[in-house]
Design a protein around this ligand. Structure first.
Ligand SMILES: [Zn+2]
Length: 151
């Protein structure tokens, strides 16, 4: 995993003011602390299972707070009723005028490390239905705007 502070406009090779990173935690950078509503947690699980991603990553990276070596294969856990290995995917959430990108490991940072994502992200996340084609279309439009050379 790579570290990006919440709200960073930079992710991998992408730089754009309408891109916001959320939940890209990496030791030793401190994790913003707070509680997360169980309903919000369940929404994040649905997004991770059904959401839109610009890229499938190869392999999964372990949490660097739990494991000294990020190349350790992270343990499987249950996400929305299915076994998954977190640390190998990212998901987009379109906001009014920006696109958020978060790693699937956000679930681990929340329930193991007390991470609290920023409010503006949670508000945007509550408004999307990852199974709605309009959500996918909006992600695709915004991603083309922020990362025209990424495809
Ligand atoms: Zn951890």
């Amino acid at each position: 995993m790579s570290y990006y502070p919440d709200g960073s406009h930079r992710w991998e090779s992408v730089r754009h003011s309408k891109l916001s990173t959320i939940g890209w935690m990496d030791a030793p950078h401190p994790i913003p602390q707070g509680t997360v509503d169980p309903e919000d947690f369940a929404r994040l699980e649905q997004l991770i299972v059904h959401g839109w991603t610009p890229e499938e990553m190869e392999g999964a990276h372990a949490c660097t707070f739990c494991f000294g070596d990020p190349d350790v294969e992270p343990p499987e856990r249950i996400v929305a009723g299915q076994y998954r290995r977190l640390g190998g995917a990212q998901v987009c959430v379109p906001g009014k005028s920006r696109i958020y990108i978060f790693p699937d490991a956000i679930l681990h940072y929340i329930d193991t490390h007390g991470y609290q994502p920023p409010k503006n992200f949670l508000i945007a996340m509550r408004k999307v239905d990852p199974k709605d084609p309009a959500y996918r279309k909006r992600c695709d439009e915004l991603w083309r705007l922020v990362a025209p050379n990424y495809y």
